[in-house]
Design a protein around this ligand. Sequence first.
Ligand code: MLT
Length: 264
Amino acid sequence: MIALCDDVEIAYDDIGSGIPVALIHGFPHNRSLWAPQVSGLLDRARCIAPDLRGFGDSSRDGPFTIDQYADDVAVLLRTLGVSRAVIVGLSMGGYVAFSLWRRHRALVRGLVLADTRAGADTEEARSKRQALIEVARTRGSGAVADGQITAMIGKTTREKRPGMIDEVHRMLESASVEGIVGALEAMMARVDSTPTLATIDVPTLVVVGSEDVLTPPSEAEILHEAIRNSRLEVIEQAGHVSNLERPAAFNHVLTEFLASFDYS
Ligand code: MLT
């Protein structure tokens, strides 16, 4: 489905019934990242999964900033008549979740911060992103996918379920160059969310794959320690896309978390 959010087309899935949950993908993903969660949760949650602008079937128009992504999600939720939702963000989706908390707090009923970090980019990270922008512009999305794929998937998954490498690669290479460049610029410019952590007072679940090398468990521990009453769940033998790599384990902790909300 497509919604017009402030004149920009945002594609989304809206499936299931129960507590509203907004599922925000990472870089350079699209809403198909959340297929195992949508199919696993639809009998207990209303799963709303947008394609962030530049990705999937959404408009490729900028501006591309983390705050703009958050505003798009907020407009989408309001357009769909959702006044409060549990916000689930993976990696870059987590950066968007922090922004939603800062800018649209009333919409946020709870947070699930998966395989993400609070800190802004270091100078080294910015230079790597600049180099990736050049790769995207000169060699296209396939080359970006080639460069990202190994770190994106945990060692155990790569060894035991090599088919997942192709599956995730297909998602990464389907991203548009405009979306990739826009997201890289957005992430380079993002603010440090560390000071935000102490302000979070909604129920929060922090999830991380034990083999995540992009946003390792040490980053999840920082989130867990700084966010009051948060819960930390480590998904063993999963990497950065822990929700895809071990969907049953991820869905189990997510379902338990959602059950803690009083929703009827
Ligand atoms: C992601 O999966 O969204 C990225 O790894 C985030 C990042 O590059 O900081």
